[in-house]
Design a protein around this ligand. Structure first.
Ligand code: SAH
Length: 473
């Protein structure tokens, strides 16, 4: 983050503005609308400055800027048309650790003015950090049309009830749930249609009738890593949750989309290094939900595909804790698509099997003969550590040594790696290329299409698609 957006309270605070022309005038209007008291230094002033002087919103000093004018001011703006003067103002202000802004000279800005969408008391500030002001302006125009005008009165109404709600409802989570309910209710449309008294009556009634709601668990699939592969429902529940219980497979950019003030609990699981026992996670979900929390159990991929989603739900049943399950794009589907491997194809694979590389609980081996049939695709999750064993068993059961294989490391993420070879080379490739978790193994004839269909991280060229697929070997 190049700049930290903070909202400052300028009411009654002294701000020094050096410059009295039309650029300074624009800044003065913004500062006055936030309640600042201005000292303006200039040789000449636009007419409006004199009005402000009369209304005691501004004090005008006719003449040159000098250092002795700075003390007592919270912010300083250099807005003259003389670069040397602006530079001197900036230097003098920063030497005294007073926040300085030089109009149209980003290098000499300790703070910048964002684009503002004003639905007071709701304010939205947008900045491109000076890099793309036109883009920021377009964004602002878009948001202007998205944010309804009634947001302001709605926020005012809510503001008037804040104290009462705080008194009646104990705990942050409960208050948040109450407000969520209000914002999903008829009260919003009453405000929208200017029926402010009716809205106020209804809000008062909701508060007096409010019952503490029970906790809930959302078991949510977060997909393989690219945040744009999240479902809308996943995003919505990630934004509603009081607590997010997540594991290591959930990528950092996805965690950035979780509600800012939600409590985050990592129960990271890595093959061979279970940092939190499953029983502990189960108990955690129960305890949080019984305490009335909305718990988002965020899992990589899909919660019901090698995700222990069912086990975590089963333990909720005796406690009658309500739950929802949100499917996610499982690693096989996501990573294969981003690698350019169709998991089935009329000519090469009529079936696909998702298999875990981990042994079953009783140590039993899978049916290697069924897994070794040609013209089907095998996708092996958690297969890195057992790759030599998997390779040997498939070969022994009759899968051809020349069967194409792909190792998909960090699929759908910017650091994605796709390594291809044959079944005979599988374990060697993993060792030579030092493949890291998370990685999937894809075994089957369809992998041969990868060299033609790869697109992620590459510019697609017309030639790739010009060839009929059936001619690919
Ligand atoms: N429920 C998850 C799977 C959990 S098991 C799902 O539906 O995807 C964990 C295994 O998933 C990892 O060992 C790896 O084999 C695979 N995996 C998950 N995300 C991956 C990714 N981005 N790239 C490659 N493999 C991934």
């Amino acid at each position: 983050m190049q700049y930290l957006p903070i909202f400052t309270n300028l009411k009654g605070k002294a701000v020094l503005l050096v410059g009295g022309g039309h650029v300074a005038l624009r800044k003065a209007r913004t500062l006055l609308s936030a309640g600042a008291v201005l000292t303006v230094v200039s040789h000449q002033f636009e007419a409006e400055f004199y009005d402000w002087q009369q209304q005691q919103q501004a004090r005008l000093i006719q003449g040159d800027f000098d250092d002795s004018q700075l003390p007592g001011h919270w912010l300083v703006l250099a807005a003259t048309d003389d670069d040397a003067v602006n530079a001197a103002v900036h230097q003098a202000a920063t030497a005294r650790q007073i926040w300085a802004n030089t109009v149209d000279d980003q290098e000499k800005c300790e703070f910048i003015f964002p684009s503002i969408i004003d639905r007071s008391p709701i304010l939205v500030a947008i900045s491109s950090g000076g890099t793309a002001p036109v883009l920021a302006r377009r964004l602002r125009e878009k948001l202007e049309t998205l944010l309804p005008q009634h947001l302001g009165p709605l926020a005012e109404l809510v503001g008037r009830f804040r104290g009462k709600v705080q008194q009646k409802l104990q705990g942050f989570a409960e208050r948040r749930q109450f407000w969520e309910k209000v914002f999903n209710s008829n009260i919003v449309s009453l405000v929208q249609t200017q029926q402010l008294d009716a809205a106020e009556t209804e809000l008062a009634q909701s508060l007096s009738e409010h019952q503490t709601s029970k906790g809930e668990v959302y078991v949510v699939g977060a997909g393989p890593g690219d945040p744009e592969l999240l479902t809308l429902k996943a995003l919505q529940l990630m934004q509603q949750a009081d607590v997010v219980v997540y594991d290591y497979l959930v990528s950092e950019p996805i965690m950035q989309l979780v509600r800012r003030d939600a409590e985050l609990i990592c129960v990271g699981k890595k093959a061979g290094a279970h940092s939190v026992a499953q029983e502990h996670t189960n108990q955690l979900l129960i305890d949080l939900a019984l305490a009335g929390k909305k718990v988002c159990r965020l899992k990589g991929g899909d919660p019901f595909i090698f995700g222990r989603g069912a086990e975590e739900i089963e333990v909720l049943l005796p406690h009658q804790i309500p739950f929802q399950v949100v499917p996610g794009i499982t690693a096989a589907a996501g990573c294969a698509a981003y690698a350019g491997i169709p998991l089935t194809h009329r000519d090469y694979a009529q079936a696909v099997q998702f298999v875990t590389g981990h042994c079953q609980k009783d140590g039993k081996e899978p049916d290697w003969h069924s897994l070794s049939r040609p013209n089907q695709t095998l996708v092996i999750y958690m297969g890195l550590m057992k790759s030599a064993h998997i390779q040997a068993q498939l070969l022994a059961a009759g899968r051809a040594a020349t069967t194409p294989v792909a190792i998909l490391e960090n699929g759908t993420r910017p650091e994605q790696r796709v390594i291809t070879g044959t079944l005979a080379q599988l374990a060697d490739l993993i060792e030579q290329q030092q493949v890291q978790s998370p990685a999937l193994l894809v075994i089957g004839e369809v992998v041969a299409l990868q060299s033609k269909l790869a697109w992620y991280g590459k510019q697609p060229t017309a030639a790739v698609f010009a060839q009929p697929l059936a001619s690919l070997a």
